[in-house]
Design a protein around this ligand. Structure first.
Ligand code: PLP
Ligand code: COI
Length: 364
């Protein structure tokens, strides 16, 4: 079957928000609270492929109570941002990486592949039509894009769904952690696991987040807004946070992050940070990080800075790691390397630094 590219024709929202209403949202967008006038949607059926692509008015789905996603959680998603530059042009950061990762997640969850160009077209069309909703860079605001795909077949049998919905929604946001570069404390859970070998840890599927919530609330009980997971079997290897990858900076100029072992997400910010760190003269090292690296080496001062990174969180300094064993404070929270890497990455995204790696794609 020859695949036709999707074009997402516009079915315009008859009552879009006014500029005044949008300005009010921009004043305090929070994260994921407000949504734009439109959404991109397409349907897939086994034997037919993708069809019915359109930009529709933003609004609720009609979902049969027996829709498979509601029962077995066959769902995946992505997250990327559109940035407004000083000249009012609007840009996406590495959207083809999100498209490829969506397909990797789709393969793991037995959902259909969506061609990279169709994914990028859906995102571009939505941003183009709802361009009024992309805030100015001040306060590191942006338009967060949430592509997702789910089993939309009315059937209670446990098998891969034969009807699937793809959708992209958009939400003007500030960074995920309010307060910008204020260091946060991270709870290291030795009670709960996020993923195991052969599981879905490397896929961006809703179930991973559902199962991480209990650990996040364990973290809240200890005054920490995010949780760091250790490898499931031995609890002696560092993996990632509930919604971000983790990075450590050593006093002798190395940037350490857990290697991709099949149990953590291949973060697009993670791979960009590894490149930016090298550009700034640090030595990026993807390796096995033991729990001792975040406890003993923080305590001894060998590891001086730490941060989490992800699309929603940007780069967020870590003040301390807390666990049942105690609290381990970083010598230099929000230290010079964390801030330099953060500034370079954000400057590329907002068009204030040359896009040397050709990461940015112009929408309009
Ligand atoms: N790890 C997890 C579990 C995440 O949810 C995210 C966010 O998407 C990341 C890492 C960072 O990935 P990215 O930088 O592609 O947003
Ligand atoms: C993202 O960074 O895009 C995510 O999906 C993380 C989530 C915690 C909002």
């Amino acid at each position: 079957m020859l695949a036709m590219s999707l074009s997402f024709p516009l079915h315009a929202n008859p009552s879009p928000k006014t500029d005044t209403e949008i300005a009010k949202v921009f004043a305090d967008p929070g994260f994921g609270e407000y949504f734009t006038d439109h959404m991109a949607v397409a349907t897939w059926k086994k034997g037919k492929g993708w069809f019915g692509d359109q930009l529709a008015p933003y609004g609720p789905f009609q979902l049969d109570p027996a829709a498979a996603v509601l029962h077995y959680g066959q769902e995946i998603f992505e997250g990327l941002k559109a940035y407004r530059h000083f000249d009012n042009s609007i840009w996406l950061f590495r959207p083809d990486e999100n498209a490829r990762r969506l397909n990797a997640s789709a393969a793991r969850l037995m959902l259909p592949e969506l061609p990279v160009e169709d994914f990028v077209q859906a995102v571009r069309r939505l941003v183009e039509v709802d361009a009024r909703w992309v805030p100015l860079s001040e306060g590191e605001k942006s338009l967060y894009l949430r592509p997702f795909m789910f089993a939309n077949e009315t059937f209670l049998g446990v098998r891969a769904a034969e009807t699937v919905t793809f959708c992209v929604i958009a939400s003007p946001v500030a960074p995920y952690f309010a307060g910008g570069v204020r260091p946060v404390d991270i709870w290291v859970t030795d009670k709960y696991s996020r993923a195991g070998q052969g599981g879905t840890g490397a896929a961006k599927c809703g179930g991973n987040y559902a199962s991480s919530l209990i650990a996040q609330y364990e973290g809240y009980d200890h005054g920490c807004p995010q949780v760091l997971f250790l490898e499931a079997s031995g609890k002696d290897r560092v993996e990632e946070l509930g919604g971000m990858n983790v990075m450590l900076v050593t006093g002798d100029g190395k940037l350490l992050t857990p290697a991709l072992t099949g149990t953590i997400l291949d973060g697009i910010t993670r791979k960009s940070v590894l490149q930016v760190a090298a550009d700034l003269g640090l030595e990026p090292v993807e390796t096995r990080l033991g729990a001792e690296d975040i406890f003993d080496k923080v305590a001894s001062g060998e590891v001086v800075e730490a941060f989490s990174c992800g699309t929603a969180a940007v780069i967020s300094p870590i003040g301390s790691f807390k666990s049942q064993a105690g609290q381990f404070k970083l010598a230099q929270p929000a230290g010079q390397h964390t801030l330099a890497i953060r500034e370079r990455l954000v400057d590329i995204q907002y068009g204030r630094h040359e896009d040397v790696h050709h990461w940015m794609t112009r929408v309009c």
